[in-house]
Design a protein around this ligand. Structure first.
Ligand code: HEC
Length: 109
């Protein structure tokens, strides 16, 4: 009886663990297109209508990339400077980290 119950508990714990996305499974570029491209543009240059309206940062510039650490980018994603929304509550930590990487991939020489 109690044995059966702990088996069920174990099964449920395993199901829960299985549903937590691993970092490798999060597609940062898809998240970027979904949440960020409307202002920062697909290529990060922010040459979109909203980018113009809100003075969104050009994320592809090498100089900007050099001047900002991964921590700075993560802070921006979580807090949302200026007109940008913050994503601390809407995206998981793994998703936020995947976005930092996606932002790094926007770098142009
Ligand atoms: C509503 C438009 C909008 C959306 C959506 C948006 N941003 Fe921004 N973002 C901005 C604006 C505007 C700024 C400049 C804010 C300022 O400095 O006043 C900015 C700044 C940034 C910065 C730079 C901050 C700095 O210190 O230079 C980063 C990094 C950034 N955004 C990443 C992202 C990422 C990643 C996403 C998607 C998760 C995103 N943004 C979604 C408008 C947006």
């Amino acid at each position: 009886m109690s044995n059966k119950r702990s088996l069920i508990g174990l099964f449920m714990a395993l199901t829960l663990i299985g549903s937590v996305p691993a970092l490798a499974d999060v597609d940062g570029q898809a998240l970027y297109r979904q949440h960020c491209a409307k202002c920062h543009a697909e290529d990060g240059r922010a040459n979109t209508m909203r980018g113009w309206l809100y003075f969104a940062q050009n994320l592809s510039k090498a100089k900007w990339q050099d001047n900002n650490s991964d921590r700075d980018i993560l802070d921006a994603i979580q807090e949302g400077p200026g007109a940008m929304p913050g994503y601390a509550d809407t995206l998981s930590e793994a998703e936020q980290l995947a976005l930092v990487k996606a932002v790094r991939d926007l770098r142009k020489p």
